[in-house]
Design a protein around this ligand. Sequence first.
Ligand SMILES: NC(=O)c1ccc[n+]([C@@H]2O[C@H](COP(=O)([O-])OP(=O)(O)OC[C@H]3O[C@@H](n4cnc5c(N)ncnc54)[C@H](OP(=O)(O)O)[C@@H]3O)[C@@H](O)[C@H]2O)c1
Length: 296
Amino acid sequence: MNTAAAHHRSPVTIIGLGPMGQTMAAVFLDRGFEVTVWNRTASKADSLAAKGAVRASTISEALAANELVILSLTDYDAMYAILEQASEHLSGKVFVNLSSDTPEKAREAAKWLADRGARHLTGGVQVPPSGIGRPESSTFYSGPKDVFEAHRKTLEVLTGADYRGEDPGLAALYYQMQMDIFWTSMLSYLHAVTVAAANGITAEQFLPYASATMSSLPKFIEFYTPRIDAGEHPGDVDRLAMGVASVDHVVHTTKDSGIDASLPAAVLQVFKRGMAGGHAGDSFTSLIEIFRKPAS
Ligand SMILES: NC(=O)c1ccc[n+]([C@@H]2O[C@H](COP(=O)([O-])OP(=O)(O)OC[C@H]3O[C@@H](n4cnc5c(N)ncnc54)[C@H](OP(=O)(O)O)[C@@H]3O)[C@@H](O)[C@H]2O)c1
């Protein structure tokens, strides 16, 4: 990167050098940005310092270096643990918090920082470190639109930027909704792989079938989306009574294989509550009504 091009890039401070923060810092350096880094475990800055990053020796020094500060921490509690030590250096800073946490924590943090004269953008990175530096990757952002627009170009060095709105909780909410789908889907996959193994089928042998089922899901989601938004759950293509029998078969296949059945048993419980709620003839999407009434 030549120096003239680098002058157009606003410098950035990165606090938190786990796998994510390290990759982000390296990508900024590769693109010619001036990068200041700080991490609780200082040795994690070694390889970045060797690549040209400025290693701040204190949090205050890291904050003083630049207006734009990216936080890449385990959660928001880590942010308080770090920033509370340097609260007199927060005023005038823009924090882009790419640490995962709940929407409520993001809202509280935005207020906490605003009370100290700083501004906060919430971010939810949707890719692992290998996806950083790729425009086709995506990160949710929310918070003040002017702050987002002012720093959009810099943030787009990391991933594509999907601005969700002013509410600081929105990026975290979208992120958590994605994680809801991701973890439950991946656990269902792991569970099926365990049943497969108990029956002498390897993960490799099962792979095309697992992939085919996963790949079929968007078609189902697209089909049910307008019905869900309309609040309609007709049993014309699937009935909850059929679904409950199907999940019951999964539970028994699991038990017959000598495998822990707690995951499909939890699914079966939800289906049974739907049956008890009078939805036997409705689609399984009527289980939304069950989710709306948390079990006591
Ligand atoms: N890795 C992924 O694939 C991925 C994908 C999408 C989103 N994310 C999110 O991105 C964020 C960062 O990911 P990561 O994998 O780099 O996380 P990580 O391994 O948990 O590392 C995060 C950083 O947090 C610091 N930290 C934690 N607690 C602290 C405390 N009390 N005081 C000071 N520093 C503290 C760690 O410092 P030390 O080095 O001193 O321990 C480390 O630098 C997380 O919120 C994660 O959920 C990660």
